[in-house]
Write a protein that binds this ligand. Structure first.
Ligand code: CO8
Length: 373
C-alpha cells in the first residue's frame, strides 16, 4: 500500500472582520427596537422582553473576540442581520467555490505544485451552496484538473473526515494527489437575532494538498486516523431541500443552527479526550509524544478541558494553539486552520494530532509526523 502525506495547506480569509462590540451593538439596537415594538404584549405578560447580549459574556464563555464574514454590512444592518450575497449567474463561479479555490491555489503554490499534478478534489463542508454540479467539480473545473471531484459533509468534522477520505484515496491507489477543500461559509446559516448563538460562527476556507509519499518531499506523514459518530439532537439544523415542500412549512428561524450549548460541552469533551487517549494507546504513543494538538475551534474552555485531560498536566498555548479568538467557530475548518496557522517549529520525527468534534456528534482525529524536507 502507498502512504499518503499532507504536503501543504492554504487559507482564504474574507476581507471583513466583525468584533464582538460591533456585533453586540447591532444586536442590542435590534432588541431595543423589538422590545419597544412589543411593549404592549410585554406589559400584558403575553411575551417576555428580549435581554441584551454582551461582549464580556461572549469572550468569557467562548474565547471569541471577532469573526470574519462574507458581508459585514448585511450582518450589521438591523433591518437585515444576515449577509447579502449577489445572486450569481449560472456561468459565474459560486461563492463557496471561489473561497475554496483561493485556499486551494495557496496550498498548490506553497507546495510548488501545478493543477496537472492533482487527480481529485474533495470539497467537505457543513453545508453546500447548491446540490449539483458539486462544488468540488466546480473547483476542479476552475483549476483545470483532469480527474474527479465530489462533495461530502459531516458538520464540524467535515475537514478531518474529508482529510481521511483523501488519505484513503491515495493509499488505495485512486489518486496520486488530492486537494481537500473546506470552505465554511457559516454566517448565512446563523440566526443573528438569537442571543444564544449570534456570536458563534465565522467564515473561512482552508485547503490541504495530500500526496503519495513517494512523490512528495517534506510535509507530514499520516501515522493513524480515527472517526466516531454518535447520534445527538443537541446541535441541529433543519435547513434542507424539503423545506419548501414540508407541511407546515418551517419558519425561516427554524432553518438556522440551534444547539444546547451546555449539554454539548458536557457530553463532547469527555468523548473527545477518551477517543484521543485510546487512539494514542492503540498506537503505543503517549500524549507527551504529541508536540501539538490542533483541536477543533468551537470554544476555548472546551479546548482547555480536552487538552488538560489528554496531557494530564498543565500545557502551553503552543501545545494547543487557538485561532477561534480571531475566526470564531469555523465549523469543519477549525482544526485545519489551526494546523495551517501553527505548524511551524517541528523537527523531522516530531508528531502532532488534529482533532475535530461537533454536530452529529462527530469526532475525527489524525496523527501526523513531520518528514525531513
Ligand atoms: N450575552 C449575554 N448573556 C448571555 C448571552 C449573550 N449573548 N447568551 C447567553 N447568555 C446568558 C444566559 O442567558 C445565561 O444566563 P442565566 O445564567 O441567567 O440563565 C448565561 O449567560 C449562561 O448561558 P449558557 O449556559 O447558554 O452559557 P454557556 O456558559 O454554556 O456558554 C456557549 C454558551 C458559549 C454556547 C457554550 O455552551 C459552548 O460553546 N458550548 C459548546 C458549543 C459547541 O461546541 N458547539 C459545537 C457547535 S458547532 C458544530 O458542531 C458545527 C455545526 C455546524 C455549523 C453550522 C454553521 C452555522
Amino acid at each position: 500500500m502507498t502512504n499518503a502525506v499532507i504536503r501543504s495547506s492554504g487559507l482564504w480569509t474574507p476581507p471583513e472582520s466583525v468584533s464582538n462590540d460591533e456585533l453586540v451593538a447591532c444586536y442590542n439596537n435590534w432588541v431595543e427596537r423589538w422590545n419597544r415594538d412589543n411593549a404592549d404584549a410585554i406589559a400584558s405578560g403575553q411575551t417576555e422582553p428580549k435581554a441584551p447580549s454582551s461582549s464580556g459574556f461572549i469572550e468569557k464563555a467562548s474565547g471569541i473576540k471577532s469573526r470574519y464574514t462574507i458581508d459585514k454590512a448585511g450582518v450589521l444592518d438591523i433591518d437585515r442581520m444576515r449577509p447579502q450575497v449577489r445572486r450569481r449567474a449560472d456561468d459565474e463561479i459560486s461563492v463557496m467555490a471561489e473561497a475554496g479555490l483561493a485556499a486551494a491555489r495557496e496550498a498548490l503554490e506553497r507546495a510548488g505544485r501545478d493543477p496537472a499534478d492533482v487527480d481529485g478534489v474533495i470539497c467537505s463542508a457543513t453545508t453546500m451552496q447548491r446540490t449539483y454540479p458539486c462544488i468540488a467539480i466546480e473547483i476542479q473545473h476552475a483549476l483545470g484538473i483532469d480527474g474527479f471531484g465530489y462533495d461530502m459533509s459531516v458538520a464540524c468534522s467535515s475537514g478531518t473526515f474529508g482529510l481521511i477520505n483523501a488519505i484513503n484515496a491515495i493509499e488505495t491507489g485512486q489518486a496520486r494527489s488530492i486537494l481537500l477543500v473546506t470552505p465554511e461559509i457559516t454566517t448565512p446559516q446563523l440566526n443573528f437575532r438569537d442571543r444564544d448563538s449570534h456570536f458563534i460562527f465565522g467564515d473561512v476556507a482552508v485547503a490541504f494538498l495530500i500526496e503519495r509519499a513517494d512523490l512528495a518531499e517534506g510535509g507530514w506523514s499520516i501515522l493513524g486516523s480515527r472517526m466516531k459518530t454518535v447520534y445527538s439532537n443537541n446541535i441541529r439544523s433543519n435547513f434542507g431541500f424539503m423545506n419548501a415542500c414540508e407541511n407546515p412549512e418551517p419558519a425561516f428561524e427554524d432553518r438556522y443552527f440551534v444547539q444546547e450549548g451546555r449539554k454539548v460541552f458536557k457530553e463532547v469533551c469527555p468523548m473527545v479526550a477518551e477517543l484521543i487517549l485510546d487512539q494514542l494507546q492503540s498506537m503505543q504513543l503517549a500524549a507527551n509524544d504529541m508536540k501539538r494538538l490542533w483541536l477543533h475551534q468551537a470554544n476555548i474552555n472546551m479546548n482547555l478541558m480536552i487538552a488538560r485531560k489528554v496531557f494530564d498536566r498543565e500545557f502551553s498555548e503552543d501545545e494547543a494553539p487557538v485561532i477561534l479568538d480571531e475566526f470564531a467557530n469555523t465549523a469543519g475548518a477549525g482544526s485545519l486552520v489551526a494546523f495551517h496557522r501553527h505548524s511551524d517549529g517541528f523537527a523531522p520525527g516530531e508528531k502532532g494530532l488534529l482533532c475535530s468534534f461537533g454536530a452529529g456528534y462527530s469526532i475525527g482525529s489524525v496523527i501526523v509526523e513531520k518528514r525531513a524536507a
